[in-house]
Ligand binder design. Structure first.
Ligand code: SAH
Length: 227
């Protein structure tokens, strides 16, 4: 696996509650909670999650919990990031991935650290600008677009993997259409009260298969864009 990350001294190393030791402890907790893909665990152990939240929350960045990132949005819980990433990789060797819902940029960074070519779309301009800045500072090459991600990013389709990090009432057919043969899509589906993580795979003949993986809780997938 290629971990592509440029880390400046004192930046990702952190101190106290943001140190490598604390990141390692999170990895141990995720392993105990059933995350088995060592490449995914390595990526979580490498990407400095505290740089993807406000400084005031940095000391909580290695708890296994979602945290607010402004605009009523959240950075996903590490277990959920790890699980979704693991599902996308399982038994496959994806090269390209489309993410809908850049948010903080953390999930995109984890995917990029795994050597994937990442395309990510975010509807809130403020969040996207901040995410781009963080990814750039870490030297991570992620392509991003300010748009309503429910249309996907057709110019670069099809994708080997698609990850949706906001919950819609149903699977978005435009996204399923942008999935390459042999590819895998994961998305939370449901309303404010109950959601499930759904996996869609497309086999080499183009046939789709769907499975429900786990109960989850995400912010809603909304239409349109905001500056
Ligand atoms: N993957 C993010 C999770 C952020 S929360 C991370 O690692 O931090 C989900 C994000 O999805 C929010 O930033 C929200 O603005 C965005 N979102 C919701 N609906 C969207 C849509 N239709 N298109 C693109 N982004 C959307």
């Amino acid at each position: 696996m290629t971990l592509r990350l440029r880390v400046h001294p004192g930046q990702a190393s952190g101190s106290g509650m943001t140190s490598q030791r604390v990141r390692d402890r999170l990895v141990q907790r995720l392993r105990a909670a059933g995350i088995a893909d060592e490449n995914v665990l390595d990526a979580i152990g490498t990407v400095p999650r505290h740089l993807f939240v406000d400084e005031a929350l940095a000391t909580r960045a290695y708890e296994d919990t979602a945290l607010p990132i402004g605009h009523s949005q959240t950075i996903s819980q590490p277990w959920v990031v790890a699980r979704m990433t693991e599902v996308l990789l399982a038994g496959r060797n994806p090269k390209t991935v489309l993410e809908v819902g850049t948010g903080s940029g953390y999930q995109a960074a984890v995917l990029a650290a795994l050597g994937l070519e990442v395309y990510t779309v975010e509807r809130i301009g403020d969040l996207l600008r901040l995410a781009r800045k963080r990814l750039r500072q870490l030297g991570m090459n992620v392509r991003s677009k300010h748009d309503d991600g429910r249309v996907g990013w057709p110019e670069h389709a099809p994708y080997d993997a698609i990850i949706v990090t906001a919950a819609g009432p149903a699977l978005v057919s435009a996204l399923v259409e942008q999935l390459a043969p042999g590819g895998c899509l994961v998305a939370p589906v449901g309303g404010a009260a109950a959601q499930e993580l759904v996996q869609v795979t497309r086999d080499a003949d183009g046939q789709l298969q769907q499975a429900t993986l786990a109960p989850v809780m995400f912010v809603p997938l909304l239409s349109g864009t905001l500056d």
